[in-house]
Ligand binder design. Structure first.
Ligand code: ADP
Ligand code: MG
Length: 478
């Protein structure tokens, strides 16, 4: 029998506000345990939460960016459960009325095909604290610094069919939240994490199978592996006559397996009810309009502009917009050679990313200012240097030794385009190798390359290659 997987993702994106969602405590990552907490975060009785409007603003920004319905009224609810790192005994979340309603995200797959994935909703909630099991002999510690950090939970429709599609969706979403500056996207620090809901059904069947939910996947690789493992496991269980239980599972990155953690609660187990301490959130049309008007150019729009206006290839445009810092770098560099987008892009994606990769740096740590890459391309275009020499200049720049013009000047790399000067060099080479000359003239055409090499060497690589070729061709003949 042929099987098909059905996948829906829940993403928790930590909103990058300065203070927590219901208190004024700081949200910096990595602070000493319990140094960024107040009465509200630790759930002392009688305290009152106060909503951080910046978190609301960021949630609306996300909704607008995915073309979603923004609900003019949304309600915070208490989701009741016990956990040592949740001192109140409930998490404040949104349930029946989330701030962001139905929207969608378009993803591009590896083969270039595009798919639209539905977003069911996105709601605001607070994060819980953390239990620390490693630092204490036989005891666990509780760090509540994370309690009350604002999260946007983004829930997809079960529209995804393969692990690869799931990763494409997550990468698109990850890129988007950073473009619109609502989340730093740091997956190691847990700022962007994913729960994967997976079920399988016989191909052609409409009804969904029972799903499992694998929690807190914090890398794209883990998401792909966990989903693939889960698909195979479920098929195996069903084919050997078993049934899939609705349950929550954990992924083990060492074994690439998922393991049952607990049988899954249904929503009614949480006894959700509207939080009486918080007023409904009202969003006006004016507010939405205002946020829409300040929205930056989104990745999909930028990609289209790169293709339409700068005539970049789709591949190049896709690579550039996959990282906002990279796209910004490219556009800054482009100013020095505005007519040569593809060439500037080639230098950025090829030479520069290669060198950064080798040095284990990312684009924000790039030792070459973007303007200088643009100038380098401009010097190739205006024939000051050849492409080959440009690579030398590039390496020198990467080592922090100045601007292209300074380097060309200091190292005397300027291309020789003076015909008389090149002719003189060629004459010298020809007299230097009389045997090769005779052989060439008697039909050994391959020796042309030899003469090009020798003449280029004599010019220290600075002769204009096209001119050199032309002059050699003429001189070797007579
Ligand atoms: P819960 O909080 O119980 O996990 P949510 O509504 O927040 O419920 O999220 C459910 C997620 O599971 C959504 O992403 C949805 O698309 C997905 N989903 C629902 N049914 C299935 C199914 N049968 N197979 C796979 N995914 C599913
Ligand atoms: Mg869930």
């Amino acid at each position: 029998m042929e099987w098909e997987a059905v996948i829906g993702l829940e993403v928790h994106a930590q909103l990058n506000t300065k203070s927590k969602i219901f208190s004024g405590s700081a949200t910096n990552y990595g602070a000493m345990p319990n140094t960024q907490i107040c009465d509200i975060d630790i759930g002392l009785p009688g305290v009152l939460p106060v909503l951080n409007m910046e978190a609301v603003h960021k949630a609306i920004t996300f909704g607008v960016a995915i073309g979603a319905q923004i609900n003019d009224q949304s309600v915070f609810a208490r989701k009741n459960y016990f956990y040592p790192d949740l001192p109140k005994g409930y998490q404040i979340s949104q349930f029946e009325l989330p701030i962001v309603g139905v929207g969608h995200l378009d993803i591009t797959l590896e083969d270039g095909r595009s798919r639209r994935i539905g977003v069911t909703r996105a709601h605001l909630e607070e994060d819980a604290g953390k239990s620390l099991h490693e630092d204490f002999q036989g005891l666990s510690g509780i760090d509540l610094n994370r309690a009350g950090i604002p999260l946007l939970e983004i829930v997809s429709e079960p529209d995804i069919r393969t692990a690869k599609e799931a990763v494409a969706y997550l990468k698109t979403l990850h890129n988007l939240v950073r473009y619109i500056n609502i989340c730093d996207g740091n997956m190691q620090e847990g700022s962007f994490r994913c729960d994967a809901n997976v079920s399988v059904r016989p191909k052609g069947q409409e009804k969904f199978g029972t799903r499992t939910e694998t929690k807190n996947l914090n890398s794209f690789r883990f998401v792909e592996r966990a989903i693939n493992y889960e698909i195979e496991r479920q098929i195996e269980v069903i084919e050997s006559g078993g049934v899939i239980m609705q349950e929550t599972r954990l992924f083990n990155a060492d074994t690439n397996e998922t393991k049952m953690m607990r049988s899954k609660e249904d929503a009614n187990d949480y006894r959700y009810f509207p939080d009486p301490d918080l007023l409904p959130v009202r969003v006006t049309a004016e507010q939405i309009r205002q946020i829409k008007s300040t929205l930056p150019e989104l990745p999909a729009e930028k990609q289209q502009r790169f293709v339409d206006d700068l005539h970049l290839s789709t591949d190049t445009a896709t690579t550039l917009v996959s990282n906002k810092a990279l796209a910004d770098y490219f556009e800054t560099g482009l100013k020095a050679a505005p007519e040569h987008g593809q060439l500037v892009a080639n230098w950025v994606i090829g030479e520069l990313l290669g060198a950064l990769n080798k040095a284990s740096l990312d684009i924000t740590q790039c030792p070459i200012p973007a303007e200088h890459i643009g100038t380098l391309v401009a010097r190739i275009i205006d024939k000051t240097i050849s492409t080959k020499i440009a690579k030398t200049v590039f390496e020198t720049m990467f080592n922090g030794e100045g601007t292209p013009d300074e380097i060309i000047e200091a190292k005397g790399l300027k291309q020789v385009t003076d015909t008389a000067e090149i002719e003189k060099m060629v004459d010298e080479i020809i007299t230097q190798f009389p045997e090769q000359l005779a052989d060439y003239r008697s039909g050994k055409d391959k020796l042309f390359g030899f003469f090009v090499g020798q003449a280029m060497k004599a010019s220290k690589g600075k002769a204009n290659p096209a001119q050199l070729n032309e002059i050699l061709k003429t001189k070797l003949q007579n």
